[in-house]
Design a protein around this ligand. Structure first.
Ligand code: GDP
Length: 365
């Protein structure tokens, strides 16, 4: 499954955030027997008020949320691309992630040492991003060398060399692959699939603040937001220390607590939601007396592929899908009422499943 890698300089709050995610995982672990627990991975339920509402109506035996995977990537320091710190180990962990959560220190605390002696979010972001671009530059330059060797015997390959060198020049200017203008051409789609780059991933910037910063954005947060906005990326503000406390509270307590800070959703939940959407995921729902279940699909998937998430037999023997929109289901008070009013649609193989659809599949065994 797809995963979000958590990275950032040392002492910015990565482990604190990862621990809070792990606790959210463990609180629901009984409902996810198929997930193996790994030390650097957290399979975290995606909070979903739609699931809660359906569960209240149907009162099933079990409620299962969609999940998103987070991976703790420790050990990035200046020089990692040259093997400093955990170096290559770090880079291979980044490679495995499908998107990145970049944690940035946005709090002052004399008791917490900063690796560079002061808090400076943009400098910190650039340290990390420079390491990633340097590593990519090396990867791509090896790739270009190999292609040049092949090109001696292959004219078609030779013709692509100037194109491939454009990306090398782009990386050479310190720019990430994801911002390369021709990235979505057929040629580069193919090349980047064969040879994935670290800077070709979406990034969510995560500003870790103290309690005051939670109430009101501090200058560090302003700097992160400006940087992220310029790249068209998302920013999430979080107080990692507060999240540790929040995970242990029940819903009512947590809401009270958040209200004091004037926020509606905990930073951790924002991270989970943004992560889920950044990965291009969506969920459809099934609702019955046995369980209410949110199933994860990729945005744009058709009904048979969506059915395959429940069981491969559902996809292989797919006949049709009976679909009720979430809004109709709630407005009319459930499946039977929707059926009577003709609001349960019959959809075929070409139907593109929408986020929040409530579905029943019919299939041949
Ligand atoms: P990592 O090296 O990035 O994994 O950072 P840690 O999560 O281990 O955090 C480093 C130190 O900063 C720890 O002592 C944390 O308790 C502290 N810390 C993390 N988040 C916050 C925060 O929001 N405010 C303050 N004051 N300290 C924090």
């Amino acid at each position: 499954s797809l995963s979000i890698g958590i990275l950032g300089l040392p002492n910015v709050g990565k482990s604190t955030i990862f621990n809070a995610l792990t606790r959210a995982q463990n609180a629901e672990a009984a409902n996810y027997p198929f997930c193996t627990i790994e030390p650097n991975k957290a399979v975290v339920p995606v909070p979903d008020p739609r699931v809660d509402k359906l569960a209240n109506m149907v009162t099933p035996k079990k409620t299962v949320y969609a999940t998103v995977d987070f991976m703790d990537i420790a050990g990035l320091v200046k020089g990692a691309s040259k093997g400093e710190g955990l170096g290559n180990k770090f880079l291979s962990n980044v490679r495995e992630a499908d998107a990145l959560l970049h944690v940035i220190r946005c709090f002052e605390d004399p008791n917490v040492v900063h690796v560079d002696g002061s808090v400076d979010p943009v400098r910190d972001i650039e340290v990390i991003e420079t390491e990633l671009v340097l590593a990519d530059y090396e990867t791509w330059s090896n790739r270009v060398d190999r292609m040049k060797k092949q090109a001696r015997a292959d004219k078609a390959a030779a013709a692509t060399i100037p194109e491939v060198e454009k990306l090398l020049a782009h990386l050479g200017e310190g720019k990430p692959a994801i911002a390369f203008p021709d990235r979505n051409s057929e040629l580069f789609k193919k090349l980047l699939k064969e040879c994935p780059l670290l800077t070709d991933k979406k990034i969510i910037y995560c500003a870790n603040v103290d309690e005051d910063g939670m109430v009101k954005d501090n200058d560090f947060v302003h700097a992160v937001r400006a940087y992220a906005d310029a790249k068209g990326a998302d920013t999430v503000k979080i107080c990692a220390k507060m999240e540790e406390d929040l995970v242990g509270m029940d819903e009512e307590e947590a809401n009270e607590f958040l209200k004091e800070y004037g926020v509606e959703e905990s930073g951790l939940n924002q991270v989970i939601h943004k992560g889920y959407h950044t990965l291009g995921l969506a969920s459809y729902l099934t609702a019955g007396p046995k369980e209410v279940h949110a199933w994860t699909i990729h945005q744009g998937w058709k009904a048979p592929a969506a059915a395959g998430v429940i069981h491969t037999d559902f996809e292989r023997g797919f006949i049709r899908a009976q679909v009720i929109s979430y809004a109709d289901y709630i407005e009319h008070g459930g499946e039977n009422a929707c059926k009577e009013k003709g609001l349960m649609r019959t959809e075929g193989k070409e139907y593109v499943v929408k986020d929040g659809d409530i579905i029943e599949f019919l299939f041949n065994v």
